[in-house]
Design a protein around this ligand. Sequence first.
Ligand SMILES: N[C@@H](CCC(=O)N[C@@H](CS)C(=O)NCC(=O)O)C(=O)O
Length: 241
Amino acid sequence: MSSGKHLGKGSSKPVLPDDGKLRLFSMRFCPYAERAHLVLNAKKVPYHTVYINLTEKPEWLVEVSPLLKVPALQLPGEKGEPSLIESLIIAEYLDEKYPQNPLLPKDPLKRAEDKILVERFSAVTNAFMKILFHSTGLDDYWLALEIFEKELVKRGTPFFGGDRPGFVDYMIWPWLERLAVIGFILEDSYNFDAKRFPRIANLIDLLKADDVVKSFYATPEQHIEFWRGRKSGNTNYDLLA
Ligand SMILES: N[C@@H](CCC(=O)N[C@@H](CS)C(=O)NCC(=O)O)C(=O)O
């Protein structure tokens, strides 16, 4: 169940059924929130989604997300107390709590290596933000992405998770899904060189066909539409809600 529209200032906190389901506070176009949706969907855990208008945040958001950010995950039975926050913490919690379809490897060293890789992805997400808000940083973006291309060569598998998507794949996917936005912001339709990133290009194709990714997918056009609104101060949060 989803709240449908993004709730903003003046909205009352939705009363959700006490049905033992998790509650995810989210925003449809937030890549960090998408991480949480992907893990929940990979685990097939039923949950409610409450979408938040981040431009005019509802007064009650602080009750569930002390840093006023999404995602925040409220556990069944919790009422107002602060929930789990931070996409990576939420993703790891869910992977440990729900053992079906494990995403992180069992081996402690391999687990640590995957988590380090995801930490290193912040170089990509930081460069992405720079492009979005300052139209600069494209070279940094590709340089950071190269680390991931090389890692796939090293692992010799189609996914970071091996023969199927794992933790790293789902944690980085939201930014791969948004590659077209870079072209839109920089007013350049050419934005991804599949010859420079053949493994990443293959990974993108494979992930696009993955049921979990498909369960929370927005098209390049939809992402561009969202960012066009955001840039002009007319954010259409409900474009896909
Ligand atoms: N480090 C956080 C980042 C979450 C984040 O920045 N979310 C954005 C939306 S994509 C947000 O809630 N922004 C609201 C704000 O910063 O006021 C995570 O991984 O969950």
